[in-house]
Ligand binder design. Structure first.
Ligand code: NAI
Length: 247
């Protein structure tokens, strides 16, 4: 309990799925949670759940793919809270299609959110962390960023890019007291994977050494580890949380 006491934590995509579970867990651990998301309704539900359990959380409607909007949101947060200790770059979308069928719009939407969004948030928040000489940045990659996947040229390009950026930032920011790591989730039961056809999911489960899909809690706990003192000497790593898919 209270591994994140009085930490200010920005969780992108914190309204739903893995992000929601992370917002609840971080608040339980004592953090002041800032949810950046597009989905106001789901964010308000999450905030309500947090406040009912005595936690502290705040919602800001921020499209992480918008560079100047993110900059303004960071300025607001610094004025309001004075610091940002943790950034979890969790927001993500899919627009799946085979290479043959993928449109430039599908390519661009996923790159804008899953790659440029991570750059935008880190660019502006790292400026503040550099002033503080402390901070934790956790980027969300994916099992498919490590080994590819049919029908996900856009998503895999972004998730592999996130691993590359993590390694660059671990080198650039490490000496300034900022740890940068990535989590590569396997197949986790959320709205994102509800879109995957049942027979495809069964096929995926049969390839997971632990024999089942993961839960949002499995990823939230990995984010917590990388945000807390338990991982003080962990920097530049990609933590696979995938039931053994990549072995
Ligand atoms: P989800 O679809 O359940 O939730 C994503 C959240 O991000 C939503 O609340 C959505 O409104 C928000 N969001 C989307 N675009 C945004 C934007 N431009 N700005 C701000 N917020 C935005 O997704 P899920 O499953 O919880 O995934 C979370 C992260 O984990 C994503 O980065 C995803 O790519 C990654 N991941 C998920 C896996 C899974 O099996 N569910 C597997 C591997 C990685």
């Amino acid at each position: 309990m209270n591994k994140l006491n009085n930490m200010v934590a920005v969780i992108t995509g914190g309204a739903a799925g893995i992000g929601k579970t992370t917002s609840l867990l971080f608040a339980k651990e004592g953090a002041q949670v800032i949810i950046w998301d597009l989905n106001q309704e789901k964010a308000e539900e999450t905030i309500q759940m947090i406040s009912e359990t005595g936690g502290r959380a705040h919602f800001m409607k921020v499209d992480t793919s918008d560079f100047s909007l993110v900059e303004k949101a960071v300025d607001y947060l610094i004025n309001e809270f004075g610091k940002i200790d943790i950034l979890v770059n969790n927001a993500g979308i899919t627009r799946d299609a085979s290479l043959k069928k993928m449109t430039i719009e599908q390519w661009q939407q996923v790159i804008d959110v899953n790659l440029t969004g991570v750059f935008n948030c880190t660019k502006h928040i790292a400026d503040q962390m550099l002033k503080q000489e402390s901070g934790r940045i956790i980027n969300t990659s994916s099992v498919v960023g490590l080994y590819g996947n049919f029908g996900q040229t856009n998503y895999v390009a972004a998730k592999s890019g996130v691993i590359g950026m993590t390694k660059v930032w671990a080198r650039e920011l490490g000496r300034k007291g900022i740890n940068v790591n990535a989590v590569a989730p396997g197949f986790i039961a959320t709205e994102m994977t509800q879109k995957v056809p049942e027979e495809v999911l069964k096929g995926i489960e049969s390839k997971i050494p632990l024999g089942k899909m993961g839960k949002p809690e499995d990823i939230a706990k990995a984010y917590l580890f990388l945000s807390s003192d338990d991982s003080n000497y962990v920097n530049g790593t990609v933590l696979s949380v995938d039931g053994g898919m990549v072995v």
